[in-house]
Design a binder for this molecule. Structure first.
Ligand SMILES: Cc1cc2nc3c(=O)[nH]c(=O)nc-3n(C[C@H](O)[C@H](O)[C@H](O)COP(=O)(O)OP(=O)(O)OC[C@H]3O[C@@H](n4cnc5c(N)ncnc54)[C@H](O)[C@@H]3O)c2cc1C
Length: 178
């Protein structure tokens, strides 16, 4: 960090994994701060839109990309999410197509998340998506293209058709939970 103190640092929620935080060597001082007159008040158009789902709190996320092919097939991903107790998320094209609402979008123009497990179904792994989920604890990717960039950051990968793999996963999760 350049320049003289004081420095002011903020972090976007979900940008770092809290459980991986390490204590630094800097002295921590508690200070009484008196805030003077607040001269600026944000008006309604500048306030953050209230999201119906806060994916930054999710422990498990099942995310769908264009590989899901159609709106009707989102139900398959929802079944996997239900079996795992996960939240459903998506890449941008899915939200742009209104197959899922915008507050489910992960990435540079969506939410930044750090769940324990992130399962990417038919997501190529474009940088704008990766920046929103790269801090997940364990990343599982299913993609029929072995060269898809998502495999560069995946801990586990299935090179194959998600429409074959996902029904098997749902059955196995149900069996394991029974
Ligand atoms: C300014 C800007 C901001 C952006 N912000 C975001 C953002 O916030 N979030 C975001 O996600 N994107 C964002 N994007 C878009 C981003 O660049 C990509 O276009 C997008 O992430 C691609 O989405 P995708 O992986 O679902 O689709 P694709 O790139 O089309 O990938 C689909 C994948 O599915 C696989 N597939 C196809 N069929 C199957 C099957 N049957 N089984 C398994 N795999 C299959 C394919 O092999 C392919 O890898 C942004 C772009 C710009 C320019």
């Amino acid at each position: 960090m350049n320049g003289d103190a004081p420095h002011f640092v903020t972090f976007q929620s979900g940008s770092f994994r809290g459980d991986a935080a390490e204590k630094g060597s800097a002295a921590v001082e508690t200070m009484d701060v008196t805030v003077g007159d607040i001269r600026m008040t944000p008006e309604a158009p500048f306030q953050e839109a209230k999201a119906s789902v806060d994916l930054t709190k999710s422990e498990i996320i099942v995310a769908v990309g264009r590989g899901i092919k159609s709106l009707e097939n989102i139900a398959l991903a929802q079944q996997l999410a239900d079996a795992l107790g996960a939240d459903l998320a998506a890449s941008r094209p899915i939200c742009d197509s209104d197959w899922l609402p915008i507050d489910r979008q992960i990435g540079s123009s969506g939410q930044t998340v750090a769940p324990k497990v992130y399962i990417a179904l038919g997501i190529s792994g474009a940088i704008q998506h990766i920046v929103g989920m790269k801090n997940a604890g364990t990343i599982v990717a299913i993609n029929k293209d072995s060269e898809a960039p998502i495999f560069d950051i995946a801990d586990y990968g299935i090179v194959g058709d998600l429409f074959e793999a996902v029904p098997v996963m749902i059955e196995e999760v149900k069996k394991a939970k029974a």
